[in-house]
Design a protein around this ligand. Structure first.
Ligand code: THU
Length: 147
């Protein structure tokens, strides 16, 4: 990705964070997902009084995109509450694995608007369980576009 596009995605993640609903942790997170179509989907964390229904910012962005018909993703930028790099949780990494090419998908962690690091999904989720492992089993339905 070009530096300019990385900066745009980081800015979008900080904008997304403004919508964060995190009254229990006060840990506000924003994410911005870039699709192969060139669209950006913002996501924020959404907490719940029952705690476990909480949805992370990354999954909010990914689910928004999938629900709008997009499944090809280039990169995601993540901005947390503290001035440090916030790595996605294990559940979000697994959701990324479902839709992204793990060798290519870039995870941009922003410490602030200036400083960032980039990881590939395969670095953050090595040896992942994926839908490929479910194929060719008796009774297994194809994963793509089965409606
Ligand atoms: N959270 C995210 O939104 N993304 C992450 O990568 C880590 C954690 C949220 C979930 C919860 O609302 C709060 O941060 C504290 O865990």
């Amino acid at each position: 990705m070009h530096e300019k596009d990385i900066r745009i995605l980081i800015e979008e993640a900080y904008e997304a964070k403004k919508q964060s609903y995190a009254p229990y942790s006060n840990f506000y997170v924003g994410a911005a997902l870039l699709t192969a179509e060139g669209n950006i989907y913002r996501g924020c964390n959404i907490e719940n009084a029952a705690y476990s229904p909480t949805n992370c910012a990354e999954r909010t962005a990914i689910f928004k995109a999938v629900s709008e018909g997009e499944r090809n993703f280039v990169a995601i930028a993540i901005a947390g509450s503290k001035e440090e790099y916030l790595a996605p949780c294990g559940v979000c990494r697994q959701v990324m694995q479902e839709f992204c090419n793990s060798e290519a998908f870039q995870i941009i962690l922003a410490k602030n608007r200036e400083d960032y690091v980039i990881y590939r999904l395969e670095e953050l989720l090595p040896g992942a369980f994926s839908k490929n492992m479910l194929s060719d089993l008796p009774g297994t339905k194809p994963a793509a576009n089965d409606s």
